[in-house]
Design a protein around this ligand. Structure first.
Ligand code: F6R
Length: 611
């Protein structure tokens, strides 16, 4: 995710080092370019570099300029590929205003058209952010604070913006709406940042800026204004975390932080694809009725966790769009002479967009004439660049090796895609479309409620963490959740686990069930519940200890299981989004009790760029 740092102190130097140091503290969040603007002798000097902050430092080292004030940014590409032009800071036409921006200006296309038509503005980047620099520049009449306020009145979306004006080198102005912003109190200096780690070396007393507030920072003062531009009083927050804890936002591990970020990631992924009327929009992706009529088969291909999202995608596409859909893991697909032609839509799913097997499968499909649509988290990654269309997940950077929020946002993308295709093909009724979309829009709140059950999952973890063999069973889309729950557990706790369709147990695997075997039964599918009951009986009869996972309100599961985990009630079709979360938490707490290195499990890497 993008990061912001602002600094204002005394003298004529220091900003260069302090701002870049602050940016380095945000490196862990992932970024693809970085930049800085410094106030130097009545003008703003802007330097940017693609890639590591070290590249920016090289440029800065070669330049003699420094300043008492500056703003800096690390960019995680959203609008426009990672490039020097798209890196922040952005400036207005004459370079007298510089801004850095996190978040998204939703109405940027409309504002851009207006700025071009009415003011002849020429744009230098593909970003939404550049809008902010031009707007502030247009409103600027010698008062940066007023200009920023006027500019944000025009913008819709979620953002934090930090601005400097060449004519006012002793002020930095920032504004927040739904994207984090803090101001830090230093010694004879003050700071702005998107995150605490950026300031920790210099400031432990901070103000948490709230939504729709504007903050004016000078060397000696920090003034916070509400929406009506009245100064507000804010209590100082004393940061006691060390740098490591600060990076994790107070969580013990990135994995747990990312599990708790899922409601926000899902909300963001949905919001990006819903228009003002709440209809699915696939801006930039061409899937017209004619396109879809040409498609007679879909392949969904991915690796690991992403391939489990693909399995749910198959359910959703066949159920809602009625197009035959096959799934495969990329390492197999690429070598199996797949039946593919120009009537095939090839969907690949990847968090990193750099997984070699997935990339090779994509190339294979393309070479056979398929159209490629990818579901990717990292903007500008290889998979994204080589695809015909990209459906981005908006999970934000995923740092823990074990994928969590990428998975649930991938699920959301697959549902949206399936609903859109079904509606466009005319095979899904308006009522069904509206029903499932409404279920999806309730997911962030239901997930937030579900996460409150963490203590219960922790208690279950205490009972089971010494097991050396754990089975996961389920039916329907619960099979995909079982596979994902099992993968999560084995990769971070090193417990051997096995997932299988419940109906398949009796064809062999049941031979392994004995007194005390731990079986986690995914029972979220109401329509398959009765069938599943007989599978529960089969394992219980052999002495298994059963943990059942079902929707709230299902009392029958309590009678049949030793432990029960409930998820909020929802339609059968969308349960995977909720059902996987207790399994992520269970894996996390089991691994913690076993003393494992949760964020960096042995033998694993975040992006697998080898075959
Ligand atoms: C497991 C996990 C992996 C990845 C897989 C594909 O928690 O993270 O199974 O899902 O290596 O990676 P991406 O999605 O980056 O292609």
């Amino acid at each position: 995710m993008c990061g912001i740092v602002g600094y204002i102190g005394g003298g004529s130097a220091g900003a260069k080092r302090i701002v870049t140091d602050g940016l380095k503290r945000l490196e862990y969040r992932g970024y693809d370019s970085a930049g800085i603007a410094l106030a130097v002798n009545g003008r703003l000097v802007v330097e940017k570099a693609v890639g590591r902050i070290a590249n920016l430092e090289e440029i800065l080292k070669a330049s003699p300029v420094d300043s008492h004030a500056g703003i800096g940014h690390t960019r995680w590409a959203t609008h426009g590929a990672p490039s020097q032009a798209n890196a922040h800071p952005h400036t207005n036409a004459d370079g007298s205003i510089a801004i850095v921006h996190n978040g998204i200006i939703e109405n940027y296309a409309e504002l851009k058209e207006r700025l071009i038509a009415e003011h002849g503005v020429s744009f230098r980047s593909e970003t939404d952010s550049e809008i902010a620099a031009h707007l502030i520049g247009l409103f600027y009449k010698g008062d940066l604070l007023a200009a920023v306020r006027e500019a944000v009145r025009e913008m819709r979306g979620a953002y934090s913006i930090c601005a400097m004006a060449a004519a006012e080198p002793d002020r930095i102005v920032a504004v927040r709406k739904d994207a984090p912003l803090i101001a830090g109190i230093g010694e004879n200096c003050n700071f702005l940042a998107s995150d605490i780690p950026a300031l920790l070396k210099h400031a432990r007393m901070i103000y948490l800026i709230e939504n729709n507030e504007t903050v004016l920072v000078t060397r000696n003062d920090i003034t916070i204004f509400n929406e009506r531009m009245e100064a507000v009083k804010r209590d100082v927050f004393h940061v006691t975390w060390d740098a490591d804890a600060a990076e994790k936002g107070g969580y013990d591990h990135f994995m747990r932080k990312e599990i708790f970020e899922q409601p926000a990631g899902i909300a963001e992924t949905l919001n990006r694809r819903l228009d003002e009327k709440g209809e699915i929009k696939l801006d930039g992706i061409s899937l017209t009725k004619e396109d879809l009529d040409r498609i007679d088969r879909i392949y969904i291909v991915a690796c690991g966790t992403a391939s489990h999202a693909g399995l749910v995608g198959k359910f959703a596409i066949e159920r809602f769009a009625r197009i035959p859909t096959e799934t495969d893991i990329a390492s197999e697909f690429r070598y199996r002479e797949p039946y593919i032609d120009d009537r095939t839509l090839f969907v690949c799913i990847s968090q990193s967009g750099e997984t070699l097997d997935t990339l090779a499968a994509l190339r294979e499909a393309k070479s056979r004439g398929a159209r490629v649509l990818s579901v990717v988290n990292v903007v500008g990654s290889s998979v994204a660049r080589e695809s015909d269309d990209v459906f981005y997940t908006w999970a934000g950077p995923e740092i823990a090796v074990a994928s969590t929020k990428a998975f649930t946002t991938q699920l959301v993308c697959m549902y949206l895609l399936a609903l859109y295709m079904g509606r466009t093909r005319g095979v899904l009724s308006d009522a069904e479309y509206a029903r499932v979309l409404s279920e999806l829009s309730q997911m962030p709140d239901k997930l937030t409620a579900l996460l409150e059950d963490e203590p219960k999952i922790r208690d279950i973890a205490k009972k089971v963490y010494k097991n050396e063999n754990i089975f996961f069973i389920g039916r329907g889309s619960d099979v995909s959740v079982a596979l994902e729950g099992s993968l999560k557990l084995k990769e971070i706790s090193y417990i051997h686990s096995f997932a299988i369709a419940a109906g398949e147990l009796k064809h062999g695997t049941i031979a392994l069930i004995e007194q005390g075997s731990l079986v986690i039964v995914l029972a979220s599918q109401d329509r398959l519940f009765e069938k599943l009951l007989s599978n529960i009986e089969e394992v219980k009869a052999r002495g298994a200890y059963v943990i059942g996972l079902a929707k709230a309100g299902n009392r029958e599961i309590e009678k049949r299981s030793d432990e029960v985990i409930y998820i909020p009630a929802c339609a059968d079709e969308v349960t995977p989004i909720l059902a996987v979360v207790p399994l992520q938490l269970l894996a996390y707490h089991v691994a913690k009790l076993r003393g494992c290195d949760i964020d960096k499990p042995k033998n694993l890497a975040k992006a697998v760029t080898v075959e």
